[in-house]
Design a protein around this ligand. Structure first.
Ligand SMILES: [Zn+2]
Ligand SMILES: [Zn+2]
Length: 174
């Protein structure tokens, strides 16, 4: 957990304070995908008393294992994010992008996770050419070729053929 005490910079507009450190993030599930953090993120930044707001800028670097949306395997993702946010001691109903600090403390964890999620790729893929899973036997086609025959791969066609035979026979009976 990374918490910045801003009591000292709140004394006077224009005062600033640097911070840096390593932040361990908890694994979580996002849109049904597992997000796993192997190592802590490195964070460095500055907070400034901007009068109306406290302004925080930070550079966040780290790696996460995301889940491929096609083959479901984890793959390495590099987060290298610039964060620029404003904070107030009470929520701003007109501006939901304003973060809140309380008791002169900024909890960086929540901010960094939210910004990390905002910057995640919408389509998460282990590679541009991910072949995905065989829809019939479930084998990961990036690693091996499955043993499905053309017959296995056409269950819908087979079903249609049966249906066609059925109608053909029925017509004959009529
Ligand atoms: Zn994949
Ligand atoms: Zn298969």
């Amino acid at each position: 957990m990374m918490v910045i005490d801003i009591t000292d910079i709140l004394m006077e507009v224009g005062l600033a304070k640097d911070f840096e450190g390593y932040l361990s993030l908890e694994d979580f599930v996002y849109q049904g995908d597992n997000i796993h953090f192997e190592k802590p993120f490195y964070v460095e930044g500055t907070v400034v008393n901007g009068g109306e707001f406290v302004m925080l800028s930070a550079h966040v670097q780290g790696h996460a294992a995301l889940q491929c949306g096609i083959c479901t395997e984890p793959y390495d993702y590099t987060a290298d994010n610039e964060i620029q946010i404003n904070l107030k001691p009470i929520p701003d109903e007109d501006d939901p992008d304003i973060y809140v600090y309380s008791n002169n403390l900024i909890h960086l964890d929540d901010i960094i996770i939210r910004e990390f999620i905002l910057k995640l790729p919408v389509q998460r893929r282990c590679s541009v050419g991910c072949k995905g899973l065989c829809p019939y036997c479930g084998v990961n086609l990036n690693n091996e070729e499955c043993q499905c025959t053309d017959e296995d791969r056409q269950p819908i066609d087979n079903r249609l053929r049966i249906l066609k035979d059925f109608y053909a026979n029925r017509d004959r009976e009529v």
